[in-house]
Design a protein around this ligand. Structure first.
Ligand SMILES: [Zn+2]
Length: 294
């Protein structure tokens, strides 16, 4: 299994039973010890080194827009509020930049808050009747007042996989629109009616023309850009000849461990950042962390 998945370390109890307990929520919202995370366009306010989330007391913040994120062992509540005005301060950062540096508690709260905010921003209307919907369940539900339908936050599963041949070499690909030298694992969205294992086999066949045998689950990580869940696998290649079928991948290379270390050390190959599950999958095959040359 993967270790070090930066965005999969959630440590706060989501306390889902409180989402519809309006008395408890209102009491928590009046408690000055309650911690509110302000979110703006996927970013949050940070302070310190290593960075930590900045929380505010609820006083003066719009209660109607509160998303309940959970409670700690002492019943201390965490909420998020999406701020509509933009903030230009340098202390605001997104998950990609700081996700690997935050504590498990803060990383989990930030991905939860950003995933909810992304969903609300793009799902304001009812898919049945087109009417505007209202927020319910402390941010975890939208309801249509016209037809009483309920709409839950969506998560889009995507598979991401290392492809390894019988000589224990790793296949990495480079997309045509990526900067020169950037290589990573293959990945793609799961289609309707498809299992995760079938999605791994289909994506690898479409992108590089390789036939996949065994598929082994290694771990998953939320990736709220805007709403993905990356599900990580190791796929055993039953063939080695690369053919670019769908045109998404422009280059692909088989690496031995010494090949990859040399290419990364020289700067010829640049890998995904440490916060990504792609990096964790590659290092799981390699056996230890790989360097990040400047
Ligand atoms: Zn409706």
């Amino acid at each position: 299994m993967l270790r070090g998945l930066a965005l999969a370390r959630a440590a706060v109890d989501r306390a889902a039973h409180r989402r519809t307990d309006d008395d408890w929520l209102d009491k928590a919202w009046r408690d000055p010890a309650t911690r509110v995370l302000l979110i703006n366009d996927g970013r949050a306010e940070l302070s310190g080194d290593p960075p930590a989330l900045v929380f505010h007391p609820p006083g003066g913040l719009p209660a109607a827009e509160r998303f309940f994120l959970g409670a700690d062992d002492d019943d201390g509540a965490f909420f998020a509020v999406e701020m509509l005005e933009s903030h230009s301060s340098d202390s605001w950062e997104g998950i990609r930049n700081v996700g690997a540096l935050l504590s498990a508690r803060d990383a989990g709260l930030l991905v939860h808050a950003v995933a909810l905010a992304n969903w609300h921003a793009t799902h304001t209307h009812c898919p049945r009747c087109g009417g505007p919907t209202t927020v319910a369940a402390a941010g975890h539900l939208r309801r249509c007042p016209r037809d009483d339908s309920e709409h839950y936050p969506r998560t889009d599963p995507a598979v991401i996989m290392t492809v390894i041949d019988s000589d224990d070499r790793l296949l990495l690909g480079s997309q045509s629109q990526w900067p020169e030298g950037r290589f990573s694992t293959l990945a793609g969205f799961v289609e309707p009616g498809e299992s995760l294992e079938a999605a791994v086999r289909r994506e690898v066949a479409e992108e590089v023309g390789i036939v996949v045998g065994a598929v082994r689950y290694l771990g998953s990580q939320p990736w709220p850009f805007p709403s993905s869940l990356m599900v990580g696998f190791e796929a055993t290649a039953d063939s080695v000849d690369v053919e670019f079928v769908d045109g998404e991948i422009a280059q692909a290379r088989w690496f031995t461990r010494p090949d990859l270390l040399a290419a990364v050390t020289s700067g010829e190959v640049r890998l995904s950042p440490r916060v990504s599950i792609a990096r964790q999958l590659i290092e799981n095959w390699y056996g230890e962390p790989l360097p990040d040359p400047r």
